[in-house]
Design a protein around this ligand. Structure first.
Ligand code: XMP
Length: 321
């Protein structure tokens, strides 16, 4: 069945929430369900809807892929604790890095992440917990891009003809599939999420893996993670839709202490957008750009070049892989 979008202007938020709670509750019945909370807006909203529908028949996990932002696991657990939602951290770092070892092609990296999430990690969690359903925050833009062949979003399964019951042993429930970001934020607000969560810039499920060009290693993820801290600190008041740091594969000649330093390049991207379907680079001030360059080259060891993306989406995309 083709999914129909519900636009923000046509959304009856209260009715939508009631309807989704009813649908989740009747799909899961007396069984158990699990959901993975990545800390992004979509999975946080799904956690709230599912928690309301299922109470302690829902187990929420934060999958620590080793690809997340600085201190993210602890931050998410404590935010949800304030909402009386217990989130368990599941350490899957080794599995993800093993699966990504040696891969450089963007779609192969995305596929490795999808398989590790759905087959290995959730497959095991479902088996151990006895759950029959997995809830996740797929949204309308995710499907649109995957179906159009732009890139394979990590959470798109059914639309690609994957029967999750047959391949992974559980059914997937996607309560937000008809909505885009502005509508999802509105639902988040009404479910009682803190503003710092529902207004967070979007963050992709495959996390920093979408921001490392070339092979994903512990060291390279560590580097982009440190640059991300700086980009988020400097741009959190910019009003932009999303901002990120990218680690390039090619190194460039720079200089440090008067000597040649063949170092790393970080690209900063900062987007104005409504729903990620299209976007334009935010017109940041030169002072802001200069501060970003100074901080990243001084605080992130090995970086000798910082660039700012000035290309719109399309033809660019928001993330680099
Ligand atoms: P792109 O890079 O396709 O990104 O312009 C559009 C929006 O989607 C996010 N994104 C993802 N989200 N799984 C997700 O959950 C993914 O595999 C994925 N790839 C990109 C991206 O951050 C942006 O907001």
């Amino acid at each position: 069945m083709k999914t129909q979008e519900i636009e923000l202007k046509d959304l009856d938020s209260k009715k939508f929430i009631e309807q989704k709670i009813e649908e989740i509750s009747s799909a899961v019945g007396d069984g158990l369900a699990i959901n993975a909370l990545s800390g992004g807006v979509d999975s946080s909203v799904v956690t709230m809807l599912a928690h309301k529908a299922l109470g302690n028949k829902l187990k929420s996990y934060f999958i620590d892929t080793g690809l997340m932002r600085q201190d993210e696991p602890q931050k998410i657990v404590s935010w949800f604790k304030e909402l009386s939602v217990h989130v368990e951290i599941f350490d899957a770092q080794k599995e993800f890095f093993d699966a990504l070892k040696g891969l450089t092609d963007p779609e192969e990296k995305r596929d490795a992440i999808t398989q590790t999430f759905y087959k290995d990690v959730f497959g095991r969690l479902v088996k151990e917990s006895g759950a029959k359903h997995l809830l996740q925050g797929t949204n309308y833009t995710d499907i649109e891009e995957t179906v159009a062949g732009v890139k394979r979003q990590h959470n798109i399964l059914e639309q690609l003809g994957i029967d999750t019951q047959e391949q992974f042993g559980y059914k997937v429930i996607e309560p937000l599939i008809e909505l885009r970001k502005p509508a999802i934020r509105e639902i988040g607000r009404l479910t009682g999420l803190q503003e710092e969560i529902y207004q967070r810039p979007p963050f992709p499920g495959p996390a920093l893996a979408t921001r490392v060009i070339g092979e994903i290693t512990l060291e390279r993820v560590g580097l982009v993670r440190r640059a991300t801290v700086i980009v988020e600190e400097e741009l959190c008041d910019s009003g932009a839709f999303q901002y990120l740091a990218v680690l390039h594969e090619d190194r460039v000649t720079g200089m440090r202490d008067g000597k040649r330093d063949y170092g790393q390049q970080i690209e900063v991207r900062c987007w104005d957008s409504e729903d990620a379907a299209t976007g334009s680079p935010t017109r940041l001030s030169y002072d802001t750009l200069e501060k970003l360059a100074d901080r990243i080259t001084n605080e992130v060891g090995g970086v000798v070049s910082v660039t700012y993306n000035i290309t719109k989406k399309p033809p660019s995309t928001i993330e680099v892989i």
